[in-house]
Design a protein around this ligand. Sequence first.
Ligand SMILES: Nc1ncnc2c1ncn2[C@@H]1O[C@H](COP(=O)(O)OP(=O)(O)OP(=O)(O)O)[C@@H](O)[C@H]1O
Ligand SMILES: [Mg+2]
Length: 302
Amino acid sequence: MTSIISVQNLRKTYGKIIAVADISFEVAQGEIFGFLGPNGAGKTTTVECLQALRDPDSGKISVIGLDPLRQAQELRRRIGSQLQESALPDRIKVWEALDLFASVTDKISDWHPLLEQWGLAEKRKSSFAALSGGQKQRLFIALSLVNNPEVVFLDEMTTGLDPAARRVAWDLIRAVRDRGTTVVLVTHFMDEAENLCDRVAIVDKGKIVASDSPQGLIASYATGVRVLFSTDKPDLAFLEKVSGVKNVTRRGDRVEVEGSGPLLALVAAALVEHDIVPPDLRVEQPSLEDVFLKVTGRAVVD
Ligand SMILES: Nc1ncnc2c1ncn2[C@@H]1O[C@H](COP(=O)(O)OP(=O)(O)OP(=O)(O)O)[C@@H](O)[C@H]1O
Ligand SMILES: [Mg+2]
């Protein structure tokens, strides 16, 4: 793996608060690397240290071969940043913001395709203040890409986007990656991490608690499957005896059977044998959400 980002033993405190306890990782050139973790885990602090926006207490950081502490200016010129908290002057127009950002990069940069791609063409003459939350967010993503960055950092890129816009954003970010840009993103969304990231680091309390491809994480941490259905039949004790079943839980009419092996077929057969034919019988494969629960001991935020 050729690393474009290398971080060793990063630590950052604010007085008594340990925002980042001890974080080390590598990001390969051309991958989408995601940070996933609960509120306050230290994700933003980590990625902002990488962008020369915060000074770490200790640790070694290299981004495109540059040290954010000593080469901040060159680094900022070559990376793209979409920050979790951003603002622009209320009266700046969409096209003016893009033009302004393009004018300060020394690379050849045509921002017009970004307007189309990020669904802002119709809003090009609108002032920043007149944009909806999702449109502002899309403008910030477009701005982070104006300088054709070698690495782009996206902190909660799709927060505030509607479901269709999120999917469009994922496709566009994949295209950005396919053109050779390395993408580092921070997200709370399990589906985003699972669908978009080549590799994911789960961060909790200032440390990386697990890191791998989404499929790798699922294979190592989440082994069981779940069968779900509804029934008003009170007695389901027979399910506990079905091969592979580990746990049966019930909330009202809704039943969840956890286990392993060909669970759907075996549970279905047992139900039919007891004259229960639920119309909504289905199986859920383990997901990143199960991994998250296992490694952090907590349910997902959001
Ligand atoms: N400028 C600051 N001054 C003091 N404490 C801070 C500052 N920035 C962050 N912190 C604290 O550091 C910890 C980590 O914050 P950080 O913003 O990195 O978390 P995060 O993982 O990005 O969370 P979120 O998902 O809510 O965005 C939190 O406890 C936060 O309160
Ligand atoms: Mg954050």
